[in-house]
Write a protein that binds this ligand. Structure first.
Ligand code: DGT
Ligand code: CA
Ligand code: CA
Length: 606
């Protein structure tokens, strides 16, 4: 069982205990343990085998025993016990914005509400507003978050799906008959969330197929098998993640990889292009349309899409005609006189035309980043020290980095007053001496106050090497007010980067209402860069806005917003998103050398 799954179960347990009204110390102990697990870079199994779980901070004997039980059996008996008393769905209810454990308990005890559907019905009948502690405003908020919940239900953060998937991939990599193994679908295109996983495997020997299918459906992490055919299987993992597997032969592997990578919209455009050339593209290959055969009349409907057997060789079926390509993706694109197109671009946003005209972007790569310009330490809500963050950045090979703890208004994150910030500089100076080979910038993530002014006085901002600004409160202003608030921060002459510009939390919180076009224009006018925050829950800016920033010439900074050293690895998520936004190294400020960055930081602002 993966760390993240264990953390999930413990989180569910803590939520249910809280709803039950259990001892707050016990609940806090679980929450601390969950935080510890979140920060681990090694599998818990390994910790359990080598050092013992109780060596970890915040993990006592009882919780260690729970983790052991999960590792050994996949079950958690305390969770089973409590779900006999407290309905399990209530844990989901606490995830809704505006419903904490206390409110969930009240809804359950007094209205017998346990699911979002029941809550919605009760709210619409006015029964929720009648409860003590639920005002009209909070009911409206709850109704909105139920809508959001429905929109996202069943979609996994890509980064989470990646963790759930890892053990299955490792398992399949050990199956001898499998020559190639790739994840297609939205996952390969690098979307921030995925609905399911589309796995493709190349098996040369047809007789080996059954064994491969068995290895797939028999994987211990499979919760249930939805279907299992000769070339196609479908399972749901214990994490709830659905996974489809398709077994392919060498002649059609590339065509299938292209087809199942999608997107649907990209595929439709590809089929149109094929049609114009007297070709037909399907998941089996690219075929010459025979004389007298009309070919697909409607490229948006493809007869071949879900045939699982591959038994379609008669008439004008998907494998009729002379095959001219199919073994590799390069071959498929090549048969349509196109260069290979990176999966992140395959959203039908002009990539086929760009390919045709030879102007596909040279997409940015992780290795091109020279530094990380947004991170926290123990001075505010981070977990590691300035020095630890500096060493970790140096170990990643960065030339520069910025320490950017919160400013005073963000009290929940223990934001820094001017005095505390000055104190921190002492520690940064020390780290500069002790950690060689990396420039450490003194920065701050300065809160944009409700009226658009900044949370720290200019005297102190002037002394900083780099100034980040962000919205952390008053998310519910109307669009004109919110936009103006942010624009006034951009006009401030000492501001360098607007971070997590839309404030969204994927599947949890919608972006605040803001006119991003006006914000990007403002950033351009005032010489401010915009951040692509690579926290997998944020990925903010998202791809369309990155694309627009590129068009306008607003520099983008890719930063992790790490709150511990392990989170510096979030950069991979961000790179995918940047590529989906068509960004090249030149569009990204922190691909520049230290001299280039230094020059930019000393630019004169418009
Ligand atoms: P997801 O799973 O919702 O995150 O998104 P995808 O893009 O992975 O979609 P999925 O899993 O339904 O299908 C995988 C790919 O297969 C999809 O990107 C394109 C291809 N595909 C599936 N159904 C169709 C279809 O009806 N027509 C076409 N042209 N392609 C399809
Ligand atoms: Ca999919
Ligand atoms: Ca699928």
């Amino acid at each position: 069982m993966e760390n993240i799954e264990i953390a999930r179960r413990l989180e569910e347990l803590a939520d249910l205990l809280e709803i039950q009204g259990a001892n707050p110390f016990r609940i806090r102990a679980y929450r601390n343990a969950i935080r510890t697990i979140g920060g681990l870079t090694r599998p818990l199994q390994e910790v359990a085998d080598e050092d013992g779980l109780t060596d970890l901070p915040g993990i006592g004997k009882d919780i260690a025993a729970s983790i052991r039980e999960l590792l050994d059996t996949g079950r958690l008996s305390v969770l089973d016990e409590i779900t006999a008393e407290v309905p399990r769905e209530l844990a989901t209810l606490t995830r809704l914005d505006g419903v904490g454990p206390k409110k969930a308990r009240k809804l359950w005890k007094e209205l017998d509400v346990t699911t979002p559907d029941e809550l919605e019905a009760a709210a619409k009948e006015g029964r929720v507003a009648a409860l003590a502690g639920f005002g009209k405003k909070s009911v409206e908020k709850i109704l909105r978050s139920i809508e959001d919940f429905r929109k996202h239900q069943g979609r996994f953060l890509r980064a989470e799906a990646a963790q759930y998937l890892r053990p299955l991939l490792a398992h399949l990599e050990g199956v001898e008959a499998i020559r190639r193994l790739e994840v297609a679908g939205s996952y390969r295109r690098g979307r921030e969330t995925v609905g399911d996983i589309d796995l493709l495997v190349l098996v040369e020997d047809e007789d080996a197929r059954a064994g491969v299918m068995e290895a797939f459906t028999g994987f211990p992490g499979v919760d249930r098998v939805a279907m299992s055919g000769e070339t196609r299987g479908s399972v749901v993992l214990t994490s709830g993640l659905p996974v489809d597997l398709r077994i392919l032969g060498p002649e059609s592997y590339g065509a299938a990889l292209h087809y199942f990578t999608g997107s649907k919209e990209h595929n439709v455009e590809i089929r149109k292009r094929a049609q114009k050339r007297g070709l037909r593209v399907s998941e089996y290959g690219v075929f010459q349309v025979e004389e007298g055969e009309a070919g697909d009349t409607d490229p948006s409907s493809d007869a071949s899409s879900d045939s699982s057997s591959g038994d379609a060789s008669s008439g004008a079926g998907p494998q009729a005609g002379r095959r001219i390509a199919g073994a590799t993706e390069e071959e498929v694109f090549g048969s349509l006189e196109l260069p290979w197109i990176a999966p992140e671009l395959r959203e039908n946003r002009g990539e086929i035309q760009a390919a045709e005209e030879g102007r596909l972007p040279a997409l940015v790569e992780a290795g091109q980043l020279r530094g990380d310009l947004h991170m926290h330490t123990t001075w505010s809500d981070g977990r590691d020290s300035v020095r630890e963050m500096a060493e970790a950045c140096r170990d990643r090979g960065y030339a520069y980095m910025a320490i950017t703890d919160h400013s005073q208004a963000v009290t929940v994150a223990r934001g820094l007053t001017p005095e505390r910030l000055r104190e921190q500089w002492g520690e940064i100076d020390q780290a500069r001496e002790e950690v060689e080979g990396i420039r450490i910038l003194k920065g701050c993530e300065v809160d944009i106050l409700k009226d658009g002014s900044l949370d720290l006085p200019d005297e102190i901002l002037e002394e900083l090497d780099i100034v980040l600004v962000a919205v952390h409160s008053h998310f519910d202003l109307d669009q004109a007010t919110q936009t103006e608030r942010i624009l006034s921060a951009l006009r401030h002459p000492l501001v360098d980067i607007l971070v997590h510009p839309t404030g969204r939390l994927i599947n949890r919180r919608e972006p605040y209402l803001v006119d991003m076009e006006a914000v990007l224009q403002g950033a351009l006018e005032h010489g401010v860069a915009v951040e692509l925050n690579t926290n997998p829950r944020r990925l903010d800016l998202h791809d369309r806005h990155l694309f627009r920033a590129r068009e306008l010439g607003v520099p983008v900074v890719i930063s992790t917003d790490a709150h511990r050293t392990a989170q510096l690895a979030y950069v991979e998520e961000g790179i995918r998103q940047a590529r989906r936004g068509w960004l090249e190294a030149d569009h990204v400020l922190n691909t520049g050398s230290w001299d280039e960055l230094d020059r930019w930081l000393h630019r004169s602002k418009g």
